[in-house]
Ligand binder design. Sequence first.
Ligand code: PFF
Length: 469
Amino acid sequence: METKQRENWGSRLGFLMAAAGSAVGLGNIWRFPYMTGENGGGAFIIIYLFFVLVVGLSVMVAEFAVGRRTQQSAVGAYKSVSNKWTFAGVLGVLSGFFIMGFYPVVGGWAVAYIFKSFTGLLAAPDAIGDVFGGFITSPTQPIIWFLIFLAMNTLIVAKGIAGGIEKAGKVLMPTLFVLLILIAMRSMTLPGAGAGLEFLFKPDFSKVTGATFLAALGQAFFSLSLGMGCMITYGSYLNKSENLHSNALMVTLMDTGVALLAGLAIFPALFAFGMEPAAGPGLVFVVVPQIFAAMGGAGTVFSAIFFVALTVAALTSSVSLMEVVVAYLIDSRGMERKPAVYLTSAIMVVTGLLSSLSLGVMSGVTFLGVGAFDFFDILTDKIFLAIGGMILAIFCGWVLKKEDLEDELTNGGTIKFGLFNVWYALIKYVIPVAVAFVAVSGIMAITQQSLMIFGIGIIVVLALFSKKL
Ligand code: PFF
């Protein structure tokens, strides 16, 4: 593997904030609660935490190491070893592109809710659920907000790595954290909140199936921004003197902390208001405004700040998603940054439009049994990211040299990584087998089997044509 100099992060904090900014996003605050709700609560959380700490953390260390070692974004990193592996990087680019098929749509909802906080949403708490349903199925409103969100995203990425991404994260991530703590405190002290805590912390394993495991694994990868080369790209910008494993641990802990906080903010209130935990993707947009509505006048301001912070958290993630696609066009296709960004963004306008409309007027238009929104979501979260993570683990464990990895993770022997051998055994043996097992048992238990098989087909085709990519 060659090593060359590359633009670096402005500071250690800058990197941590950017990597945590990528990890912490809609996945934690919008997705984690409704996945928990749909998958039965506590048992899902335990399985999720296990996957985060054992699989996710190890894969993150691996992604940082590969990125910094090769000084390349995902595709280049794989390619630098052999053309046979290019497909794995391209699979990551495709995942990033597909996630961006729905992510900015939800980002747009968050932007819209900043304004809705002021325009009467909170005045009629009983209608909050219907307002959300009416909003996301409308053929115009959510699209305008989606375009606004995507435009902000495009501008940040067009400005380049250190400048755009770092600044956005530094201020609003801590704000989001503080706000979530406040909301969680309010939520947990509502009358009847105890049932929510029980739902979160009293696991009921009778509801667990192969599909629960796959959902938890997919959520772990999605939330930690793993399995698609994003952290490879970020690692490639990381200074040679930084400690990769302690950075990975910090990002993982922050990410998990925010997800759990979001759970604590939402479920106690949800039960206090007598709502349904399996209500699906609307959860955060329905429950959180209700908490604020119950606060009176100050609630309006808190609600607006919350959705500003959610928007920024979403932006710092979607920026990293777009960056994976853009970095590929720049590094592997020889494009300049600006044209690469605008081209990517133009295509994402189309995929986002399809996604948004698939929730309303185009809900009858399906492919392999799902609309565009679900197509992008399920394909990436339930198959591409997990398989992408598995391929990375195989690549690290069986293709790269153990000495090179040890050298990278100990900064040439200058820092200690006491768990190196444990990590290496996990990456080489445990994770490939575990992910394969979970994927197979999950696919057998899931209802969208034809979509899963289609996804695996895409991966196989990419692998077959790897040398041409
Ligand atoms: N981790 C982000 C979130 O939880 O919202 C989503 C994401 C970002 C996934 C970047 C993957 C990625 F590469």
